[in-house]
Design a protein around this ligand. Structure first.
Ligand SMILES: *[C@@H]1O[C@H](CO)[C@@H](O)[C@H](O)[C@H]1NC(C)=O
Ligand SMILES: *[C@@H]1O[C@H](CO)[C@@H](O)[C@H](O)[C@H]1NC(C)=O
Ligand SMILES: *[C@@H]1O[C@H](CO)[C@@H](O)[C@H](O)[C@H]1NC(C)=O
Ligand SMILES: *[C@@H]1O[C@H](CO)[C@@H](O)[C@H](O)[C@H]1NC(C)=O
Ligand SMILES: *[C@@H]1O[C@H](CO)[C@@H](O)[C@H](O)[C@H]1NC(C)=O
Ligand SMILES: *[C@@H]1O[C@H](CO)[C@@H](O)[C@H](O)[C@H]1NC(C)=O
Length: 627
């Protein structure tokens, strides 16, 4: 005998319950994707050679920043900077060897802020730089609800697993692999994707919400170890060296990074490259570029699986997706490789934000981020360029062998001959085996989707923390005072939400950002000496004698290398070691003509120098401009 009373009580309970759960449901989740060593070499950033369909799809529903800059072009300092929203002179981290909570101040991190506001926060892969820089715990439990996950096979990072021409395994830079032959039959980023997918399922099952899930992929960081099928996308015939692949004559030696990390690899050691400037032989430069591209497409495949898992589990409607590179990478520009500098190619990164309801109107679950195969434009599954399936088994070994002995042109001729012979013998019978050769593959690369929002505003990665806080409806950190060592919750960036809304609402893709835009973006890089030496790429704190402070305005890049006191974490502006000035507004977007010492620009250099010394505070959007 049911009576109306318990029913009413039940209804009231239901009502209370549903209203409380719907208010939590309104809190947006965050999927924070960070990629190691990724410059904006992506389809959506206009590189038509690249096959990055999943990242391009994300871009088509996001706002994509064309001018996003890191604060220091190396993993540890860059990540600690954007995760605490403070610059290296505040975190006191320029190397990998201190934990900011002990060395600089008990600064609140981006994930910690979400955790303290009731979010479930989890770290998968490389998010914080692991080790001492994050207290040997990836800052758990401050930043994360559960201990950080690292893919177990990352421990083989430096293992000798790359097939070499001598039949042995090496620790090579160039390392396309047969995944099934790898330790545990997998690779770290594949393991991270699987773990993140598992977490997403658990989140559904446990009704854990809201969540902040950070996923950090290792590739395209060196070694270029990736499934070899991705090589098929980038035949060497299509790989071009950068237009500026020689040492710029006016480059101060202090600006140079001698790319020691690359030289240490077995395959590079064999090349006997001269120190510190090189160059690397041209055919090997092409192999590096080819493998950077291939590793990027492999990473895109992982991002695709991750985003489709998010979507299929119904989270595309209420999850903000952030996609960012931790710094850029020189791919032969200025005869340089790696990061470790203040060049545009080292400090500029891809940055995009998918904000459902703002940057895109989400459709039903499963329709927003369908997985796109980066290999889809290949006609058949040849596992090696120029060679059919049958002979693919040993192709890589022979290829590597020929690469090390011959120059690229000779290699091309050899394979062209082989290819013609094979074509002749198969002409009449075999139309199913296709080769990834320009003459055969009739299908052109699908043009990259160019929809989505684009902002040309100058932005810095320290801006992410206040931006995501505002987008999620959390308290937004205020601007840090000049000495913020005792202020746990503050930012040295600004929220980009106004720029985001202005871009979307006014369809203002280009142009001036008025009171919401910064006047400049700031980066810095330390050096132990004026001329390149063994630790120039990555000096330890105690060895830092010089700091290169760099400022990117819409017109130019101005860099000043000055004496630096590593005990006080402070520059001595009166001791200038060298200056660089490149005009991005005329024809020097590649930064090859240092104009700092040209008499014609003396007055301009003085003005830029003054702005640089005033620093980031003086370059904030007008409304923040307080001193
Ligand atoms: C640092 O901040 C965390 C989180 O607010 C707090 O739990 C911890 O006690 C603080 N540590 C120090 C040394 O102040
Ligand atoms: C889900 O619940 C299980 C069992 O309590 C727990 O071990 C797991 O960490 C939870 N996962 C998430 C993502 O909430
Ligand atoms: C490496 O190069 C140096 C100078 O460039 C030369 O003296 C030396 O013989 C070379 N070694 C080999 C193994 O080619
Ligand atoms: C095949 O490609 C080569 C090099 O790109 C070109 O010179 C040649 O004309 C092409 N042949 C045909 C039949 O398209
Ligand atoms: C910043 O403040 C802290 C604590 O008050 C102090 O120990 C430190 O010396 C100050 N740093 C500078 C550069 O003034
Ligand atoms: C480029 O920018 C500089 C610095 O603002 C300015 O002096 C110069 O006139 C500009 N050149 C061009 C071609 O716009």
């Amino acid at each position: 005998m049911t009576t109306p009373i318990p029913l009413a009580v039940l209804l009231i309970c239901l009502k209370i319950d549903s209203s409380s759960s719907s208010s939590t449901a309104e809190k947006k989740n965050i999927l924070f994707i960070v990629i190691d060593d990724l410059r904006p070499t992506l389809g959506c950033y206009g590189n038509n050679l690249m096959s990055t369909p999943n990242i391009d799809q994300l871009a088509s529903k996001s706002i994509r920043f064309n001018n996003a800059y890191v604060q220091q072009a190396v993993c540890g300092p860059s990540r600690i900077s954007f995760l605490t929203s403070r610059r290296p002179d505040t975190t006191h981290l320029y190397d990998f060897y201190s934990y900011w909570r002990l060395a600089a101040g008990n600064f609140t991190t981006l994930p910690q802020h979400f955790k303290e506001n009731g979010y479930f926060t989890a770290s998968v892969g490389k998010v914080f730089h692991p080790g001492r820089a994050s207290g040997f715990t990836d800052d758990y439990p401050y930043s994360w609800s559960i201990p950080a996950y690292h893919p177990p096979t990352e421990k083989y990072k430096m293992a000798k697993v790359c097939p070499g021409s001598d039949g042995k395994k090496h620790m090579n830079l160039i390392c396309p692999v047969d995944v099934s032959s790898m330790p545990k039959g997998t690779l770290p980023d594949i393991q991270s994707t699987k773990h993140a997918q598992k977490l997403i399922k658990e989140i559904v099952h446990n009704k854990t919400k809201p969540f902040f899930l950070a996923v950090g992929y290792h590739k395209p960081h060196i070694p270029f170890k990736y499934p070899k099928k991705f090589l098929d996308l980038y035949p060497l015939s299509k790989i071009k060296l950068p237009a500026d692949d020689t040492l710029p004559p006016g480059l101060p030696s202090v600006a140079w990074n001698p790319w020691d990390d690359i030289r240490r690899r077995d395959d590079v050691q064999k090349l006997n490259v001269s120190y510190p400037y090189g160059p690397i032989p041209e055919y090997f430069q092409k192999l590096i570029i080819q493998s950077y591209y291939a590793a990027t497409s492999y990473m895109d495949e992982q991002v695709g699986h991750l985003l489709s898992a998010l979507d299929e589990n119904g989270f595309a409607q209420n999850t903000i997706v952030s996609f960012v590179g931790d710094h850029g990478w020189s791919l032969g520009e200025h005869q340089e490789w790696s990061k470790f500098s203040n060049f545009e190619v080292a400090v500029r990164v891809p940055l995009m934000m998918y904000v459902p309801g703002l940057t895109s109107k989400p459709g039903p679950a499963g329709t927003n981020f369908p997985f796109k195969d980066p290999l889809r434009n290949l006609k058949a599954s040849t596992s090696f360029p120029f060679l059919g399936k049958k002979s693919a088994e040993n192709a890589y070994l022979r290829w590597e062998n020929s690469q090390l002995r011959t120059d690229a042109n000779h290699f091309m001729r050899q394979h062209e001959r082989k290819w013609r012979m094979m074509q002749a013998s198969q002409e009449n019978e075999d139309l199913t085996i296709r080769f990834n050769h320009p003459n055969i593959s009739s299908k052109k690369t699908t043009p990259v989707q160019t929809s989505g929002w684009i902002s040309d505003a100058l932005v810095e990665l320290v801006d992410m923390f206040p931006t995501y806080s505002e987008l999620a409806g959390l308290s937004v950190p205020g601007l840090c005072p000049r000495n913020s060592s005792r202020v746990d919750f503050c930012t040295e960036g600004v929220s980009l939400v106004k720029i985001l809304k202005e871009t979307v609402e006014l369809k203002k893709k280009k142009g001036k950002f008025g009171e919401h835009g910064k006047l400049a973006a700031f980066s810095q890089y330390p050096r132990p000496s004026d001329t390149p030496q063994h630790n120039s790429d990555l000096p330890k704190l105690a060895d830092i004698k010089i700091m290169g402070y760099s400022m990117r305005t819409t017109d130019c890049r101005y860099t000043e290398w000055v004496s630096f006191n590593h005990r006080q974490f402070a520059p001595n502006w009166d001791e200038v070691h060298a200056r660089e000035l490149y005009f991005h507004n005329s024809s020097d977007g590649l930064e090859n003509h240092n104009q700092a010492y040209d008499k014609r620009y003396h007055g301009l250099v003085l003005k830029l120098s003054e702005k640089l010394h005033q620093g980031w505070r003086a370059a904030l959007p007008h409304k923040y401009n307080v001193n």
